[in-house]
Design a protein around this ligand. Sequence first.
Ligand code: GDP
Length: 343
Amino acid sequence: MSDSAQHNAQQKAIDQLRKHNITDVISLSQKLLSGDRSALSQAITLVESTSELHKNLASQILNNCLPHSGRSLRVGITGVPGVGKSTFIEALGQVLLSHGKKVAVLAIDPSSSISKGSILGDKTRMEWLSQQQNAFIRPSPSALTLGGVARKTRETIVLCEAAGFDVILIETVGVGQSETAVHDMTDFFLLLMLAGAGDQLQGIKRGIIEMCDGMLITKADGDNGKNAQRAGAEYLSALHLFPPTANGWIPKVQTCSAIEKTGVSEAWNMIQEHATWMIERNLFEAKRMQQDEEWLQAAIEENLTNSFFCNAENKVKIAQAQQLVHEKKLTPFAAAHWVLGQQ
Ligand code: GDP
């Protein structure tokens, strides 16, 4: 979404708030908690807004929602553009809805903040899923840094869970910037890979492969079926060369065709198997607690940074420090110490 489209969408949602006479956060929170998707959209718009008033409203709604959050399975899905993420999510969504689940799909797309053009958000994606009553799809907020998108996505997860969505799929483009952020807010991290795309590990950084709990070779249909099986076996042996994951889970490699709808239920089984495995070892909640601690740390850092750089006195000092650095009177390191009032 472009900046102006984003602004218009925000304004529209706020006008709607007025139209529906939602003047207080209590009624909006109640509607959201009863599963009202329009209230959920409006609350997310408040979370994404940069206005102080909206941020304040959002924070109150989040406080109301927090006790009702945490009951979903959060799944990160990544892979290079064209690997088949949206087709797979649509097929997985179908499986989940047939099991009576409510599915929310959120996107983290750092390209939207850099180029202002979104890889994930602009094209019509997941057309069928987007029309289903028990599905909710929200593109990445644009015009934000990756840190900003990540924070707002975490808050959006809380809202979606409070609205009764029990599977949250968080999609990201596998280009190396946002995977860690998604990994750090999900219970299962799924990497989609193509068969026969030249060098097997090319295009996807080693670090991303190390983070995944499961790998899915996509487009395992037609002439590509055999290639996909072969690639799966190769990736499985390649994964054995990596150090074992911190919790001892051995990542699985499977194949699927989202178009022929094969391997999709099996992918969901793999995700559930992992959750059960984690719960049995008391690792599921432990991982979430650790993620919450990291979220707290990130929030403190963000707050400190913002209040430091917005302070008028600091702005003057930083300008003076820049001058001293330009004149080669201080190194940037020494200038930073001076700005911070350190010896
Ligand atoms: P994304 O950019 O990762 O979201 O990829 P898309 O889901 O948009 O898919 C990219 C292209 O691959 C589209 O032309 C899809 O029709 C095609 N595609 C996706 N899944 C499959 C599949 O399972 N089999 C085949 N043969 N093509 C697929």
